[in-house]
Design a protein around this ligand. Sequence first.
Ligand code: TXA
Ligand code: MG
Length: 540
Amino acid sequence: MNTRLLTNSKEDIKAAAEILKNGGLAAIPTETVYGLAADALNASAVSSIFEAKGRPSDNPLIVHISSIDDIEKFGLVREFPKSARLLAEKFWPGPLTIVMPKSDLVPKETTGGLDSVALRMPSHPVAREIIKAAGCPLAAPSANLSGSPSPTTAQHVLADMRGRIPAVVEGGSCEVGLESTVITVCTEIPTVLRPGKVTLEELRDVLGQVNLSRAVLEELKEGEEAASPGMKYKHYSPKARVYLVKGSDMAFSCYVNTKEPQSTAALCYDSDVTALHCHTLSLGDKNDFEAQAHNLFAALREADSIEGVDTIYVRCPGTQGLSMALFNRLIRAAGFQVITLRGEGYRLIGLTGPTGSGKSHASRVFAQKGFAVVNADEIAHKALTLPECIEKLTRAFGKEILSPDGSVCRKALGSIAFSSEENTQKLNEITHPVIADLCEEEFDLLCSEGASSIVLDAPTLIESGLHNICDRVVSVISPAQTRLERIMARDGITREKALERMSAQQDDEFYKEHSQYMLTNDTSLEDFTEKAEKLAEELL
Ligand code: TXA
Ligand code: MG
């Protein structure tokens, strides 16, 4: 089959529409990625999409419309729920797909046998014109071969589809560069199935509560069912092996520079390029997530086309806002392989000890000696403000832990979470990974500002497992009687209360077992300060 490259002229758009009307396929530009379109209400046309892409037929397609009225005009849904209407009014035309209960008019081929249909009104003018001219809703998955990165230019489409489809319409490079956000309103609480340009935070602003499907950020266990079939397949993946690399700027370049430069490509940020010896492809400025989204798929394809390159190392994005979509695509491209680096750029000293031991004083001494200090308590407070954390906590402990404004009420959370060992464990399982991630981010930031020695001041350093990422652990201990007096004076509490607090803490043996250095605070403050200063100098 000869594949025609059509322009966006009136005649060419008409030609594409004719192909579609007659049950044929045409690749069309949208603001997210190029789509491989067919008449969504024509079962045999839709079947040929799966064939051309080599896509499993249980993976449902998105149905594209050119106005909200098309939903009624073509009778696409059994019900247009209020939440869906709110979202459509706010985000359409644009990169949001809404899954709703389907009508009988939508063939099961289009929805992969599901009882729901995914609808989207793209904002790309060429896409809208083609839908209008075709006079039917268009089913369109991304126009790549199944499994490979989505196409963001007409050339990408041709690279995958030449000879397999009759036409590609040229529409320039896709502005967003990542596929639309997919949200379903068929669940009791609307749920994001695939993150995209429209973020979880923006969706919550419109609907209040919105859940995040587990498959978005984590690998599904074997046999576990995906709410969105697309999330279970290997995806976005070039031929070369892709690794996500988590770590500071310096750690990333040091690590990648240990690899054979000819067979290695790095997908990095502008500021990394000069430090790297291998082939580099910048996704843009480190803080410009829109640029990174726009460039990601093109960069994956380009890295793959460099002769001799068999491994691609990619900087691991965060999971907030638009970064969540970048992470979601990359973690799949990497087959869930993440390499976590640490320590090359800086030395990390963990500082811990029971309450009243003098840990905070030691921390101040270390700061005076030139250490950058990260306070784990402050990080833990920050963790409780993150939407992903709040969501998991409310799911575990109920809405009682929330203040009227939707933020976490720490007192309410504490009284529930510490009421039983099981609850405490649940709390830790939710918060510890988030705290660890935030700590890493903070270390990176300090490192990029020039810090080479960092103290992580954490009362439960060892209990939380954070000591495992430290190069050295320092524990401050002090005799029980001295601690008792200090706690009573410092916090203005009774002897009983102070004893109760102390009884919940670990004994000296526990600290000795997990630390390389012990700072004993058992004589005078001057003496203790001197000891701490000496140790700080030794560790610098
Ligand atoms: O930006 C986009 O959405 C692009 C452009 C062309 O519009 N299209 C696209 O389609 O990315 P595709 O087929 O590559 O991805 C569709 C995703 C899949 O993950 C699929 O499982 C999910 O949407 N999906 C479609 N219908 C669904 C349904 N009824 N229920 C749950 N998930 C659905
Ligand atoms: Mg796709």
